[in-house]
Design a protein around this ligand. Structure first.
Ligand code: NAD
Length: 490
């Protein structure tokens, strides 16, 4: 499957790309606005076909496949992803404009790791068993067996398309489900290409299906309201999560939600500053700030405030925008001009709320074709009041506000003063304080002296507006399968 302007990105159903569509929509590069492909959108009949194919596959030999066989298949998929890494990276770069190395090493590497990790998790997963003493002196044996949910709808966003998709597809398949995937309308290419790669690895027809389209009134909503779907796993905005929850409620289907964030970093004056500034720069600007875990609020103890502001501003200025294939490029564009409009509205809001712009704040003039892309300068603010919308709402761009604090108590209160609760980072050389403050963060994940360091067995998810449920290791198995108890009177 090539990713070219002349190419149509088709839906993938029952083992084949389906050369039919309800309508088509353009996929353009955010680097320079050039067409990447046209995308075939699924209407009701294609979504029906995809769900039907997934159901038949589930009821067929796939549903009866043993754990060792499925684990081996997942390992084959991981290897095949590595073999086709350049093709996947090309698809990801075409859709997102992110630097080549980031797509190749980070996203594709993690995609392979997701399958390898869940092969291990499923192969070693245990289940409850209890020998129960009965009043009459007899005994009963209770033991649980793991059953897949059935057909799982996987709906994912555009920021780390392949990483987030495989983070859900791998455990879903590990547990024996079949899936219908709806990638973001902005980034359809890697999900479509993955279909070919899974087939090459030996995934049976109908186990992995892809439908393209938008959310409301389109493939996304058609899927979440479909009576043939047994569970919904979703990553995206909190507002979309609420809409999907309403759709799932009608048939009381399980949902797993990984939603937005407004993540805080807390820097104490005993932090090792060079390492801290490096870590902060990564946590604010990685993927042009378009990672759900990115830091948008930086609370800094007053004694080191100016130094941290200056260090982070230097790091922002060192970022180098450019074409993804240029090895000197270290930062990409935002995903689209529409998303840039949204981010720019927060830049205006920050000014209106009296922020001082430390660095950035504008659309850069990069020259030539790049000026048609969705570029934005990395931007840092100081002087914002905590009530400002800029400090309360997720911006999802290369931006952060820095706010001084005096005491630990104050830092914890400020960091937790949010409706979100996804991630936090604490920077200090006082280990006791590191643990203490991390424990007090109202967030699904807290890092101490690092950021986005992951062990795929650990729980991942958010509190508040940031989500429902946890995925990762055995936590993923808890969502993608249902333990069913068998009780035997001995
Ligand atoms: P989005 O919610 O707009 O879209 C995500 C997906 O949902 C897309 O495929 C979209 O087409 C689909 N969709 C939209 N409306 C729908 C509806 N009513 N019914 C069914 N499907 C629908 O999110 P986005 O803009 O693509 O992604 C950015 C967001 O994702 C940010 O808020 C970010 O924080 C969040 N995110 C969270 C995590 C996490 O793990 N917590 C990870 C990455 C991104």
């Amino acid at each position: 499957m090539a990713v070219t302007a002349e190419h149509t990105t088709w839906c993938f159903i029952d083992g084949d790309y389906v050369e039919e569509a309800d309508s088509h929509f353009p996929n353009v590069s955010p680097v320079d606005g050039r067409p990447v492909s046209r995308v075939a959108a699924a209407g009701r009949s294609l979504v029906d076909r995809a769900v039907g194919a997934a159901r038949r596959a589930f009821d067929g030999p796939w549903g009866a496949m043993g754990v060792p066989e499925r684990a081996e298949l997942l390992r084959r998929i991981a290897r095949r992803i590595e073999e086709r890494a350049d093709d996947l990276a090309r698809a990801e770069v075409a859709d997102t404009g992110k630097p080549w190395a980031q797509a190749r090493e980070f996203e594709v590497g993690r995609a392979a790791a997701n399958f390898a990790a869940f092969a291990d998790v499923i192969a070693s997963a245990g289940l409850d068993s209890y020998l129960t003493d009965l009043p009459d002196g007899g005994q009963a044996l209770n033991y649980a067996v793991r059953k897949p949910l059935g057909v799982v709808a996987v709906i994912v966003p555009w920021n780390l398309p392949l990483l987030l998709l495989t983070w859900k597809v791998a455990p879903a398949l590990a547990c024996g489900n079949t899936v219908v995937v709806k990638p973001s309308e902005e980034t359809p290419s890697s999900a479509a290409l993955l279909a070919e790669i899974l087939a090459e690895a030996g995934v049976p027809d109908g186990v992995y299906n892809v439908v393209h389209g938008f959310g409301p009134g389109s493939a996304g909503e058609l899927l979440t309201t479909h009576p043939g779907v047994d569970g919904i796993t979703f990553t995206g905005e909190s507002g979309t999560g609420a809409a999907i929850m309403r759709a799932a409620a009608a048939r009381v289907r399980p949902v797993s939600f990984e939603l937005g964030g407004k993540n805080a970093a807390v820097v104490f004056d005993d932090a090792e500053l060079a390492r801290t500034v490096d870590g902060l720069a990564r946590s604010v600007f990685t993927n042009t700030g378009q990672v759900c875990l990115c830091t948008e609020r930086v609370y800094v103890q007053r004694g080191v405030f100016d130094e941290v502001v200056a260090g982070l501003a230097d790091a922002a200025k060192r970022l180098r925008p450019g074409r993804p294939e240029d090895p000197l490029t270290t930062t990409g564009p935002l995903i689209s001009l529409a998303h840039r409009e949204k981010v720019l509205s927060y830049l205006d809001q920050a000014k209106a709320d009296g922020a001082e712009v430390v660095t950035g704040g504008d659309v850069p003039a990069l020259g030539g074709a790049l000026d048609a892309g969705a570029w934005l300068e990395p931007t840092l603010w100081t002087g914002l009041d905590h009530g400002s919308r800029v400090l309360r709402e997720e911006v999802f761009g290369p931006v952060a506000a820095l706010v001084p604090f005096d005491t630990e108590e104050e830092a914890v209160a400020l960091a937790n003063d949010t409706d979100y609760g996804l991630a936090a980072a604490v920077w200090t050389t006082d280990l006791e304080r590191g643990h203490r403050v991390a424990h007090r963060m109202r967030a699904g994940m807290s890092w101490v002296n690092t950021w986005y360091l992951r062990d795929l067995r650990s729980p991942f998810g958010g509190a508040g507006l940031s989500g429902i449920g946890r995925e990762g290791g055995a936590h993923s198995l808890a969502f993608y399968s249902e333990p069913t108890n068998v009780c035997v009177r001995l």
